[in-house]
Design a binder for this molecule. Structure first.
Ligand SMILES: CCCCCCCCCC(=O)SCCNC(=O)CCNC(=O)[C@H](O)C(C)(C)COP(=O)(O)OP(=O)(O)OC[C@H]1O[C@@H](n2cnc3c(N)ncnc32)[C@H](O)[C@@H]1OP(=O)(O)O
Length: 233
């Protein structure tokens, strides 16, 4: 199912495309799968923006490029400081509607001996992609996330992630991300495309634990609260 591509990296063969991805990966300087070939299933909402999608617009109140985004919730597995075995992803606003992030693989994150578990890598991608929504000042949850695992990631590696919003259509926010080993220019280990769906705070109070949402909303860090719950579409 995979076709070899440059540098020994492999990409999924996309049905009907002769194995080539038509799109440009923002981190690779080519057209993204999101805007090019589709992996969408018939009758299922997918990762290809519809024709009426527009470019993402960075919100005027978005943090400046280089500014750390911090955690949106202390107990978040991806970014929270209160999860001993969490990922402790550190993310930073980038130019435009982009985010960079770093995640160091710990022994608690292993799948095979000495190597990161694939689900952990997806979580790091999800966290980074989710942080991009803050630059739109949008509260959104992951609807769909598709990942290519390109290289194994050893324990102790710092994964350098970069995510970019590529399109917005109504409540749908389309983004892509890449994770590189050891440095922002290192070899690609993982890539992902995702669609996030804007939600209101009721998504968390109705589906989660309302009392804990209330407590989180009293956090003295007003920016954290706004990022997590208060910026509504
Ligand atoms: C708070 C700060 C966060 C910072 C970073 C966090 C990083 C981590 C992010 C996460 O991991 S979030 C947790 C994982 N995700 C979830 O738990 C979401 C679970 N799913 C849902 O709650 C609902 O399915 C969802 C809110 C996504 C959609 O339900 P709705 O009833 O609100 O939407 P609806 O079904 O009416 O669909 C709205 C639009 O989204 C589209 N859509 C919905 N689900 C989709 C999907 N799965 N894939 C693609 N598109 C989807 C749908 O086709 C439609 O498009 P159109 O407007 O064009 O008609």
């Amino acid at each position: 199912m995979s076709a070899p591509v440059k540098g020994g990296e492999r990409r999924r063969k996309i049905p009907g495309t002769n194995g080539h991805t038509a799109g440009k990966d923002p981190a690779e300087g080519r057209v993204s799968r999101v805007s090019g070939a589709t992996t969408d299933s018939p009758g299922r909402p997918g990762l290809t923006p519809p024709p009426d999608a527009g470019p993402p617009v960075r919100h005027p109140a978005a943090p400046a490029p280089g500014e750390p985004l911090g955690a949106h919730y202390d107990l978040c597995f991806g970014c929270g400081g209160g999860q001993p075995h969490g990922l402790h992803v550190r993310s930073y606003a980038g130019e435009g509607v982009t985010v960079t992030a770093e995640f160091t693989v710990q022994p608690a994150h292993q799948g095979a001996p000495g190597l990161a578990h694939g689900g952990i890598l997806v979580s790091a991608l999800d966290e980074t992609l989710g942080s991009v929504n803050w630059l739109l000042q949008a509260i959104a949850v992951t609807g769909r996330l598709e990942t290519d695992f390109v290289r194994p990631v050893p324990v102790g590696t710092t994964l350098h992630l970069r995510a970019e919003c590529t399109a917005v259509a109504g409540r749908k926010i389309y983004s892509s991300a890449v994770g590189r080993i050891g440095s922002p220019d290192g070899p690609v280990a993982v890539r992902a495309d995702a669609v996030f769906i804007r939600v209101k705070v009721e998504h968390f109070t109705k589906n989660g634990r309302p009392d804990e949402v209330k407590v989180a909303m009293t956090d003295p860090d007003a920016r954290k609260v706004a990022r997590a719950f208060e910026v509504n579409p």
